[in-house]
Design a protein around this ligand. Structure first.
Ligand SMILES: Nc1ncnc2c1ncn2[C@@H]1O[C@H](COP(=O)(O)OP(=O)(O)OP(=O)(O)O)[C@@H](O)[C@H]1O
Ligand SMILES: [Mg+2]
Length: 207
């Protein structure tokens, strides 16, 4: 459980955070998260850096099964929200891999978003899904173009949000995301250079 977790920063450097630690911090209710205070502090610092320097970062949080990835992500999102960031948590599951935009859709369900932004995001997603369904296409041909446009619009909404407050997007078990959400997250990550945005992706590595 306390085996190491790696936090890798995009843009050329990586930090290895040791497992274990002297202190303990409380997470939710009766769950005590031991030895992860450094990882949480690091994520908090990266988010403040994004905000102060007006720059985007991508962090990959990797660890073996049951090493605390989900707990760290949910705690980091809650702590980020307390600092005034718009902080979103989406999780991916194998059972939902065939659900187009299923992961991205979780962001647009958040009550942190103004109603018109939620409505706009959900409309973009439902339009592209309806179109895929009616044309019977995957991501090829016209559907591919529509997917690209949807990624463009959704990323635009999220980047725009980061102009009013820092944004943190946490995606748990990212490798299990549906293809459309993956495309959209990749599109977004290519466009956050100047956005106050932190994207944290968790994934499993072998023990
Ligand atoms: N550092 C820790 N201190 C105390 N409890 C922990 C710690 N890390 C994980 N746990 C507990 O272990 C269990 C598994 O944690 P969690 O689900 O966060 O791990 P995970 O890496 O996301 O697991 P999975 O690989 O199954 O997704 C949870 O009950 C969690 O509260
Ligand atoms: Mg997990």
């Amino acid at each position: 459980m306390l085996s190491q977790i790696f936090v890798c920063l995009s843009r050329g450097f990586a930090v290895r955070l040791p497992g274990g630690g002297r202190d303990e911090i409380w997470v939710r209710g009766n769950v005590r998260l031991s030895g992860r205070e450094d990882s949480l502090a690091e994520l908090g610092l990266i988010l403040s850096g994004c905000s102060a320097e007006c720059t985007g970062r991508v962090v990959l949080l990797e660890g073996p099964p049951a090493s605390g990835k989900t707990t760290i992500l949910t705690t980091a999102v809650r702590l980020a929200a307390k600092t005034g960031a718009l902080a979103f948590n989406a999780s991916c599951a194998p059972a939902e891999r065939d659900l187009p935009f299923g992961v991205l859709n979780q962001i647009f369900l958040s009550n942190q978003l103004p109603a018109d932004v939620k409505e706009h995001g959900n409309r973009i997603i439902s339009d592209v899904v309806l179109n895929m369904r009616s044309s019977g296409q995957g991501a090829g041909g016209g559907a591919g173009r529509q997917l690209a446009l949807a990624c463009h619009e959704i990323s635009g909404i999220l980047v725009q949000l980061a102009s009013s407050s820092p944004v943190m997007i946490a995606v748990d078990n990212a490798s299990q995301a549906d293809e459309q959400s993956k495309s959209c997250l990749l599109y977004l990550m290519r466009r956050i250079e100047a956005a106050r945005m932190l994207v944290v992706l968790s994934d499993e590595v072998a023990r």
